[in-house]
Design a protein around this ligand. Sequence first.
Ligand code: A2P
Length: 339
Amino acid sequence: MNDRGLVVAVAGATGAVGREMLKILAARNFPAGTVKALASARSVGKELPFGKDTLVVEELTEDALTGVDLALFSAGGETSKKFAPLAARAGCTVVDNSSAWRMDPDVPLVVPEVNPEALDNHKKIIANPNCSTIQMVVVLKPIFDEAGLKRIVVSTYQAVSGSGQKAIEELQEQIRALFNMQEPEPKVYPHQIAFNCLPHIDDFLDNDYSKEEMKMVNETRKILGDENLAVTATTVRVPVFFGHSEAVNIETDTKLSAKEARVLLSQAPGITVLDNPREKIYPMPIHAAGEDETFVGRIREDISLENGLDLWIVADNIRKGAALNAVQIAEELLRRKLL
Ligand code: A2P
């Protein structure tokens, strides 16, 4: 801390999540005395807006992290693996948005509405969960506490912004190309993403699940603190710019009616229930984009299972799924006097 207050850095500030982190820090008046925008050497000198100010991008180096109290990292797993321990050793608290540290037993994996107490024993590196996991556990936590959870079956419909700025541009370019009768050129994704769905997010593993699917399995168990929870996931990239959607089927330990679930969820933090299908009211990514809340609707009792519920969960993957959750973690650290 310098005499003007906390020194805060955003690493990966030029990326889709990094830019949103800056926007959210400014909008929520995060008590930073100094804010530094860090990215690769390619971006040095670029200007980024921060509230009414402009920040000039510096290169992310060990030196640039010297004197920083809090660093929000969203510059890819390799960058986090290299720089987060260096920053932590120099006394900086890191909230890391990559998957590099999430399953490390010494690293808390935190969604502030769900498991803020996990922050209490942090060792300077804190992991921000996967975007699809965050919005799902925000909604499942109140149900888990009330009725227990035996099994989760989730299918996702994930926006391209989750793959970063280049993927947003790829969807725009492919749509433009197709309307001009040109061949779309896949670069970020293995196939055309415009007007298509790809059941393929991140690499495939030996068990035939994708890494993204196994992140949802393992991170959900870690955040809810139940190693035996049965979770299976199918993760799908869809041609949506912002906002992930999820069809979630759960089996609870004890009966929870749809009506009880609606009441429970409408009282829970960070959630908005939008559930009146007859009036065509249900969550959609076009409405969740730019919002802080996690939206849930289509809540109904599963006719194939005694204690089953179906839910449709939507949130802005760049905000609650990434940048906002990271800033909320930082706010919670301050509240707990851990920063
Ligand atoms: P840069 O813009 O200089 O490449 P996105 O997820 O939207 O693709 O953004 C990734 C972010 O991570 C960008 O800010 C990018 O900076 C940054 N980044 C990527 N690789 C590195 C690196 N090796 N060192 C520092 N920042 C990096």
